[in-house]
Ligand binder design. Structure first.
Ligand SMILES: [Zn+2]
Length: 261
């Protein structure tokens, strides 16, 4: 099984239409992250046109911290009410640069409201957090009450991840090309987390491997291999029944600081 905890189907197919074949041809599961109703409709239409992908693709929707628009809360509520999304996200906090930092108060407000919506609906959340881990800990009580919390492209430290788990949050941490690109904190966190808490993602098309122009779904195979190497497992010796991150064998046709979205 190849799984992608976080990618953007519409934007990916715009740069690389053949990525649709990857979804259809592989044993694949992925969460398509959407920021607009139009993107949600795009994924729904893709699934309707390709019914073999109905079990493979799930949709998440959330107000992204880089574009905090309060009006979109109505869209989120509508999508939740109509049962059209499997998770709320990506939501979160981002003060990576000055431009994002300017909207931090609004980001915080929308983050808290969206966590509450997810809690009431019993939906998992997918979090985008940069330079704001302290504010995440401020919400730890709510996070504990959520079904599942996925930290996409987790950029905190191993100790912070451990602390989130120790607080009793049902947290998962997903990693992508950052570990192939040599990001030390991410590599250290992958090494130390319990393996059942580690997920893989591409954030496609937004987080390319060094030398690539965009990230793509087939990167997941290398990402899984790299996780196994970091954790001291030999992926060539993978046996059935081992955890997800180790199962990179089979079903692949091609083997073939970034802007996190
Ligand atoms: Zn993203």
């Amino acid at each position: 099984m190849i799984s992608d905890a976080h990618f953007h189907l519409k934007q990916l197919l715009e740069v690389s239409p053949e990525q649709a074949d990857f979804i259809k041809e592989n044993i694949f599961k992925g969460i398509c992250s959407c920021r607009t109703l139009e993107e949600v409709e795009f994924v729904e239409n893709f699934i309707a046109k390709n019914p073999e992908t109905v079990q493979k693709l799930k949709i998440s929707f959330g107000i992204h911290p880089q574009a905090p628009d309060e009006k979109e809360l109505k869209t989120l509520e509508k999508l939740v009410f109509e049962n059209r999304i499997a998770a709320v996200g990506e939501i979160g906090l981002d003060r990576f640069n000055e431009e994002f930092a300017k909207t931090f108060d609004l980001q915080k407000k929308l983050f808290v409201i969206q966590l509450e919506i997810a809690k009431k609906a019993g939906l998992p959340v997918i979090l985008h957090i940069r330079k704001a881990i302290q504010e995440v800990f401020e919400q730890i009580q709510t996070l504990k009450e959520l079904k599942k919390v996925i930290f996409h492209s987790f950029s905190g430290t191993a100790e912070e991840a451990e602390s989130i788990l120790n607080h009793g949050v049902n947290a998962y941490f997903s990693f992508g090309n950052a570990i192939l690109n040599g990001h030390k904190k991410a590599i250290e966190t992958v090494r130390s987390l319990p393996e059942e808490r580690i997920l893989t993602e591409t954030d496609a098309p937004y987080q390319p491997k060094k030398g690539d122009h965009f990230s793509k779904l087939s990167d997941l195979v290398e990402i899984m291999d790299k996780i196994n190497k970091i954790r001291g497992c030999d992926s060539s010796a993978t046996e059935a029944g081992e955890p997800a991150a180790k199962q990179s064998e089979g079903s692949m046709k091609n083997r073939h600081d970034e802007e996190k979205q």
